[in-house]
Design a protein around this ligand. Structure first.
Ligand SMILES: Cc1ncc(COP(=O)(O)O)c(C=O)c1O
Length: 434
């Protein structure tokens, strides 16, 4: 077998001309000036760029590489599956064995009553699926006016149509004309605000409430101790479907399967992606309760005419099965709880730094180091400055407008956590002294 390994920047690029790849989630006016940061190889928690320099992956790419990079057995599982059945649709009555097995396995662990599993190719696609299903559920059960969707400040649910509409960050909603209009956002830390909003809109108009167990990309905001118990009670009381977005929090990042188990509540739907396959192949989905499935599964005339070509992709499902084998065999669920404690302790040492306003961590393998108002406004320091400094020192972090986020692979060692945090501290010092 000949191997095609791209190990250097394409020759056409060495001339200094801008490339052809339109990077996503960025300002190409800056990025096209290059040079791009080409990730050539990865192993464990380490990345190598195309010059051979090594970096600690402090973010597991985009919060997804839970099992760590370079897991041969996932690659082998995908190879085996592709040589047997590359892909085939699961529309209609078509199925494939990996999609069936994965659905059984996820259902067995989901904190959802009598679960059914819809498979997709990622988080945003799953959010749109869950939102459409919520509205459709009310339509087929005789309440078609229940369409309003409520989400939380800082909540990030991807950037597909509905995910954009319910974003808890205005910067992702602005500039696209009319999005879904029957949506609203409530403060992430107040169950009372959710109740007030349901009453303002009218429970007869509200379809669903969307919440991440820990607000992730919006800046790592942890829920108060009773927040989810209250939320579940309110949703139940007013007949609002409770949809948990576990795209970041799932698959051991919070020490369990879907994150929300930490709060002992039972949602109507759980959206997942990222860690289900550790990102080796794109995959996501929605776990749906039997109650929501019932009118579609057990009554005539209610097809759910929604889906995407690659849903239930057997090679993606094979990757997920191999990834879940690793999570279980290495008990990364328990490991993650220990990493959570160590990461929390290490990040908190930054709380006294003059540029740091707040450290948020201690629930899941994730954390945020927020810069002070003075640093951000009066001194004009940006999180992008700190990010760039840290990367030049060999550690990759994620900058959001006010904070640096960390979410390493769950296999990170104590020594590597300390290296991550001391590099972040040194980067803050360097940026501060400029
Ligand atoms: C909580 C949450 N939901 C949904 C998404 C969207 O997932 P995707 O980027 O795969 O569409 C993300 C992505 O970061 C996320 O963090």
């Amino acid at each position: 077998m000949t191997e095609t390994v791209v190990s250097s920047v394409p020759a056409a690029r060495r001339t200094g001309e801008p490339g052809r790849l339109w990077h996503t989630f960025c300002d190409m006016n800056t990025v096209s000036r290059g040079p791009e940061f080409v990730v050539a190889r990865a192993e464990g928690v380490w990345l190598w760029d195309s010059s051979g320099d090594r970096y600690l992956d402090g973010t597991a790419s985009l919060w997804y590489c839970n099992a760590g990079h370079g897991r041969r057995e996932i690659a082998d599982a995908v190879h085996r599956q592709m040589t047997l059945l590359d892909s085939y649709t699961v529309y209609g009555d078509f199925a494939n064995l990996p999609a069936l097995e994965l659905s059984e396995r996820l259902a067995a662990h989901a904190p959802v009553a009598d679960p059914r599993v819809i498979l997709t190719c990622g988080g945003g696609e799953s959010i749109d699926t869950a939102a459409k299903l919520a509205r459709r559920y009310w339509a087929v059960t005789g309440k078609p006016e229940k369409t309003h969707l409520i989400s939380r400040t800082g909540g990030y649910h991807g950037l597909h149509g509905i995910g954009t509409s319910i974003s808890g960050m205005e910067r992702f909603r602005a500039g696209y004309g009319r999005l879904l209009e029957d949506t609203s956002v409530v403060p992430h830390d107040s169950a009372a605000a959710l109740e007030a909003e349901i009453l303002r809109v009218g429970p007869e108009n509200v379809a669903a409430f969307f919440a991440e167990p820990v607000v992730g990309a919006g800046g790592v905001y942890l829920p108060g101790p009773d927040y989810f118990t209250e939320v579940a009670r309110i949703c139940d009381r007013y007949g609002v479907l409770f949809v948990v977005d576990s795209v970041i929090c799932g698959f051991a990042r919070m020490g369990n399967w879907f994150g929300i188990e930490r709060f002992g509540v039972t949602p109507d739907m759980v959206v997942f992606a990222k860690g289900v396959s550790s990102g080796y192949v794109p995959l996501g989905g929605v776990v749906v309760s039997g109650r929501i499935a019932d009118p579609f599964w057990n009554r005539e005339g209610n097809p759910f005419m929604h889906g995407t070509t690659y849903a239930g992709h057997p090679s993606a499902c094979a990757a997920a099965m191999a990834n879940l084998d690793i999570l279980e065999r290495e008990d990364l669920f328990t490991v993650a709880l220990e990493v959570e404690r160590h990461l929390d302790g290490a990040l908190r040492t930054l709380a006294g730094h003059p540029l740091v306003a707040e450290v948020r961590s201690g629930l899941g393998v994730m954390g945020a180091v927020e810069l002070t108002e003075e640093a951000l406004t009066e001194r004009g320091i940006t999180t992008a400055d700190v990010f760039a400094e840290a990367r030049s020192r060999g550690v990759v972090l994620r900058p959001v407008p006010r904070a640096l986020l960390v979410s390493p692979p769950l296999i990170i060692t104590w020594e590597q956590i300390d290296h991550l945090v001391s590099t972040l501290a040194a980067s803050l010092d360097a940026v501060s002294s400029r």
